[in-house]
Structures are given as structure tokens and as C-alpha cells.
Write a protein that binds this ligand. Structure first.
Ligand SMILES: Cc1cc2nc3c(=O)[nH]c(=O)nc-3n(C[C@H](O)[C@H](O)[C@H](O)COP(=O)(O)OP(=O)(O)OC[C@H]3O[C@@H](n4cnc5c(N)ncnc54)[C@H](O)[C@@H]3O)c2cc1C
Length: 534
């Protein structure tokens, strides 16, 4: 039996080598009486600025006698089921399973299918990650936009140039298995927090391409295949059911298709809607990026000894909520990061954020978003939310003079409804232009931002607004569409054999949750079918 020991609080400077001694003292036993133990969570507690602490949770093999010594520490017995995959189902797949999209959802699904001998074929519209790095850099530096190789499309999906925060609301063996896969693929990062238990694990955009490449190589070594510059353009169904997919490079026969296109493949959504694949409109997050000098964030979060804590912990992050008719909340905060052009379609503009593993830019940025309810979409059809995004993204493109410059406004001016004057500094790489950001936000979002910003400023004792710059819009906080699926079988109710997965299908919001969704779909597919015969 294992014990879960939680709430052991230690100063942030305490060396991890001393953990066994602290753990034994908290349990009232000698260090030599401790059996196996491991950290399962390590979180930073910023509440007492005089002495910041890490709060540790452990899993410990029950010591022989444990009269608990520290009353602040909670001890309970735990029995968690181990990670498991099913035996293959009875009916063999007539064709190799096809996975559409190589983002975290598709890639991790393909990895587990490959691991169990199903030799998946991954179809990815974009390029290999090395070519993608070149195309993204060219765009950042003011060069041309590549519609199939950008921040959203290409090997690794949106995950490749994401910030690489591996946070996930869920927990349990599937989440741990995905984190173990990422940890195995990320290479050495001496001195970095352990992603298996740190409460805000972060890889950084510079580390992600290697992870993506390593997972792809594993898929290939296990008999799978990844085809790049292969865009799925149609789903073919005949009298016998799902027949395969038509792609930009020809037809691929398949009776099981995992559909993980992410939330920016608007042409794919349109194709699915035209084919009558059951889908529903879904509330989604829309807002702006808010950017501060990182030094301000460090002072607010770390307090008077911020210099000391910066040297121990690096740059600080934050998370805030402002309540109102529609809540405003920060999302995907990038400490020491950059605002980027999160563009996947020519003629449309949208921002997002990322940081490198060192998180060492002088700027901090965060999404500042509102959940837009379906009733605000202005129409009831399944693609109404997509059109709402496009309406404001097109306007933002025009305000940026068709050059993918970003509209910006000082946050204080936005709240007061007055124009910004003078130069505005931002990490956004292609240049910024002063604008009235109300022009690029649906009224429900603009109102929640105007109402919520002063609340956030009060939470920071007047330090949030003075230096804050709004950069945007950030129109794609999540998917405006759900591709329906059966909760048991994970298949589309209209097209058996079609398995919608990940963020674009509306079942995930982030790298780890999309990857876990992919893993669970691989499990469902394995349980139903035996390995392919062809
Ligand atoms: C800049 C940025 C920063 C982010 N930061 C974080 C973060 O720090 N932490 C976090 O958890 N999440 C972050 N996210 C969100 C995260 O990246 C996504 O939630 C995640 O990548 C979704 O995974 P997915 O597999 O569902 O879709 P995606 O990653 O979007 O992958 C979809 C893939 O499908 C391909 N595709 C689309 N249509 C087709 C088609 N018709 N045929 C073939 N291929 C197709 C695309 O090219 C793409 O490669 C960030 C996102 C962005 C854009």
C-alpha cells in the first residue's frame, strides 16, 4: 500500500537532496525507515512574500510505524489503478488506421497505435518540423506567409511553437503516461524542474521541435508512417461505410480514421459540415494578449525580495480572473516570452504567445480572454463561430495594413475609451500599429475586458494597468466547433470509424489534454479492432 503525503512546505532555496530528511521528520520516522518515495507534485506558494515556499506532495511506501509528527502534513492511503491498454479487439482492420494531423492529439494517438503494432499512417498538411522552423522564422522577420507551414500547421501542430507549458486539469495514469513520453523525448535539461511533477511544467518553444521529431521517429521505427504536405480534403463514405480520405496527394483507403486537425483548419471544418458529419457550435475563448515588462510581474509576484527569488526561480508568471456578466481570465501566460502572429490563413490576423526554455525576454504576455457563448455568434449554424472569428481577424489584418502588423492599445486607454498616443513597446516581431482594439473584438468581449481590467489592477495594488499593452486580437483561445462523438466508442455518430480527437474536435484545450485524448482514442480503437491485415 502507498501513502499520499501532502502539504509539506519548504523554503524555495531548500536543496532537493534534503527531501528524505524532511519527509521522514514530517512522518515521525527515521530516514532509514522510509521505503520507496517519489515527489508527485511540487507547487510554488506565493502568498507569503517574506518567504516563498514550495509545497510538496509525495507518494511513499508505508513505513512500518508512522506516528505523524507534523500536523500540517496530510497523510492518506492511495490505491491508483496502473496505466493499462486493452488486448486487441476481435475484427482485424482491413487497412492501416489513418491519423489526420500531427499535433499532440494525432501524434500521441499514432504513437500508441504504433506501439501496439497497428502501423498507422499519419497525414499532415504541413511540412517537417525543420522546414517549419525556417518558414516561421521567415514570417517573423517580415517575410512571406506560408499557408501550410506556419505557427499552426505542420509537424507537431500548434503544439510545436506553443509555449510548451505542460499543465493539464486532469490527473491519473493516462496523464502521467503522456508526461513520461514527453520526458523521454525531451532530451537532457539539467537544472530544469522535473516535468513529471512540477505544477507548472514548461518546455519552451525551442525544446518542442526535438520532442515532436523524437515521437515521429518512434512511430516510424514501430512500423508507422508520416506523410507531409498531404492535406485531407474529403472523407469518403460508401455503402459499406467509411472508405477512406481524399488528400492533396491522392486517395488513402481506411476504415478507421482519427481526425485531429486542430482548431484552425477552417477548410476542414467546412468540408466536414458539407459532408454532413455531425458537428455542433461551441462556446470558445476570444480576447487579446496583454503584455507587461517582465520586471513588473517579478516585483508583483515575488515581492520585495524579487531579485533573490528571480535568481532562484527565474521569471515569475501569474494567473488572474475578473468576475462580471462574462468573466475575464488570463490564459496561457508566457513569462519572459513573445507575442507571435498565430496566423494560418492569408488575409486574417490573430495573436498568441510563446517563450523559449530560458524564459528570458524582457516581456511577459498572457492571453486575456472571455468565453463567448453560442448565443453571441449571430447565427445558429455550425460554422457561425468560425465566421465570427474570421470577421474580427480580417478587420485586424486590415488595421495592420495587410502586413501582419499587430494592432495595439495601452490597457489604460482601452478602459477609458481614449486613443493611445506615443510609441508603444511590444515583443511582437513584425511591428505594431496603434488602433482602437474595440474594432477587433466582439462587443461581449470588449465589454468584459473593459470591466475586468480595473479588477485585475486592484488585485495587483495598481500595478497591472499602468504598463500594460493590449496586443491582438487573440481570437482562437479554443475551438468554436465540436465534432460530435459517442462518449463510449469515441466514433462519430454519423460516420462510424471516424474518430474526432483533440482541440479541433472540441475535446481538449492544451498540449497534454489533446495528447491524452489521442491516447484514449488509440485505446478505444485497439479494443475494437485487431491489428490491420494489409
Ligand atoms: C502560440 C501557441 C501557444 C500555445 N501554448 C500552449 C501551452 O503553453 N500549453 C498548452 O497546453 N497549450 C498551448 N497551446 C495550445 C496547444 O498548442 C493546442 O491545444 C494543441 O496543440 C492542440 O493539439 P491538437 O493535436 O488537437 O491540434 P493541433 O496542435 O492544432 O494540430 C493539428 C494538426 O493537424 C494538421 N491538419 C489540419 N487540417 C488538416 C488536414 N485537412 N489534413 C492534414 N492535416 C491537417 C495541422 O497542420 C496540425 O499539424 C498553444 C497554442 C499556440 C498556437
Amino acid at each position: 500500500m502507498s501513502l499520499r503525503v501532502s502539504n509539506l512546505r519548504l523554503p524555495v532555496g531548500e536543496p532537493e537532496a534534503n527531501l528524505p530528511a524532511h519527509l521522514a521528520r514530517a512522518l515521525g520516522v527515521l530516514p532509514t525507515d522510509l521505503g520507496g518515495w517519489r515527489v508527485v507534485r511540487k507547487a510554488l506558494d506565493l502568498r507569503d512574500k517574506r518567504e516563498l515556499r514550495f509545497v510538496y506532495n509525495f507518494e511513499v511506501e508505508a513505513p512500518a510505524a508512522a506516528p505523524r509528527a507534523d500536523p500540517a502534513v496530510h497523510v492518506e492511503s492511495v490505491t491508483e489503478p496502473p496505466f493499462a491498454m486493452p488486448d486487441p479487439g476481435p475484427a482485424p482492420l482491413p487497412h492501416r488506421p489513418v491519423v489526420v494531423g500531427s499535433g499532440p492529439g494525432g501524434l500521441v494517438c499514432a504513437y500508441f497505435l504504433a506501439l501496439h503494432g497497428y502501423r498507422p499512417v499519419v497525414l499532415e498538411r504541413g511540412t517537417k518540423v525543420n522546414d517549419r522552423i525556417r518558414d516561421v522564422r521567415t514570417f517573423d522577420e517580415g517575410g512571406v506567409f506560408h499557408p501550410e507551414s506556419n505557427y499552426l500547421f505542420g509537424e507537431g501542430g500548434a503544439g510545436t511553437f506553443s509555449d510548451g507549458k505542460l499543465t493539464c486539469r486532469g490527473s491519473g495514469p493516462d496523464v502521467m503516461r503522456v508526461l513520461e513520453l514527453f520526458a523521454e523525448c525531451k532530451g537532457q535539461q539539467p537544472g530544469r524542474p522535473n516535468i513529471l511533477y512540477y505544477h507548472r511544467p514548461h518546455l519552451g518553444s525551442n525544446r518542442l521541435p526535438a520532442v515532436v521529431k523524437a515521437i515521429r521517429r518512434k512511430i516510424e521505427e514501430l512500423g508507422g508512417e508520416v506523410r507531409f504536405l498531404t492535406r485531407v480534403e474529403d472523407v469518403r463514405v460508401d455503402a459499406a461505410g467509411l472508405a477512406g480520405v481524399a488528400t492533396s496527394s491522392g486517395f488513402v483507403a481506411a476504415s478507421a480514421v482519427v481526425l485531429a486537425p486542430g482548431h484552425s483548419a477552417r477548410d476542414t471544418y467546412a468540408m466536414l459540415a458539407a459532408r454532413g458529419v455531425p458537428m455542433s457550435p461551441k462556446a470558445f475563448q476570444f480576447g487579446v494578449r496583454v503584455e507587461h515588462p517582465q520586471a513588473v510581474v517579478n516585483e508583483v509576484q515575488f515581492g520585495p525580495r524579487h531579485g533573490h527569488y528571480e535568481s532562484l526561480l527565474g521569471n515569475a508568471d501569474y494567473s488572474l480572473v475578473a468576475h462580471g456578466k462574462n468573466d475575464l481570465f488570463t490564459f496561457c501566460m508566457c513569462a519572459g516570452g513573445h507575442v507571435i502572429p498565430s496566423v494560418s490563413q492569408e488575409g486574417f490576423f490573430c495573436t498568441n504567445g510563446m517563450s523559449l526554455s530560458k524564459r528570458d525576454s524582457p516581456y511577459a504576455n498572457s492571453g486575456l480572454v472571455v468565453t463567448v457563448p453560442v448565443e453571441e455568434f449571430g447565427a445558429a449554424d455550425v460554422l457561425a463561430g468560425v465566421r465570427l472569428q474570421e470577421q474580427y481577424e480580417r478587420k485586424a489584418f486590415e488595421l495592420g495594413r495587410g502586413e501582419y502588423r499587430s494592432p495595439v492599445q495601452r490597457a489604460r486607454d482601452f478602459v477609458r475609451g481614449r486613443p493611445t498616443t506615443g510609441a508603444v513597446k511590444s515583443s511582437y516581431p513584425r511591428g505594431v500599429l496603434i488602433a482602437d482594439l474595440r474594432d477587433v473584438l466582439p462587443p461581449v468581449v470588449a465589454e468584459a475586458v473593459r470591466h475586468g481590467l480595473p479588477q485585475m489592477d486592484r488585485r495587483w495594488q495598481g500595478r497591472f494597468l499602468p504598463d500594460a499593452v493590449l496586443v491582438g486580437p487573440e481570437a482562437r483561445g479554443s475551438s468554436p466547433v465540436r465534432i460530435d462523438r459517442d462518449s463510449e466508442t469515441r466514433e462519430s455518430p454519423g460516420v462510424p470509424g471516424l474518430y474526432p480527437v483533440g482541440e479541433g474536435a472540441g475535446f481538449a484545450g492544451g498540449i497534454v489534454s489533446a495528447a491524452v485524448d489521442g491516447l484514449r482514442t488509440a485505446r478505444a480503437l485497439i479494443a475494437k479492432y485487431a491489428r490491420p491485415t494489409a
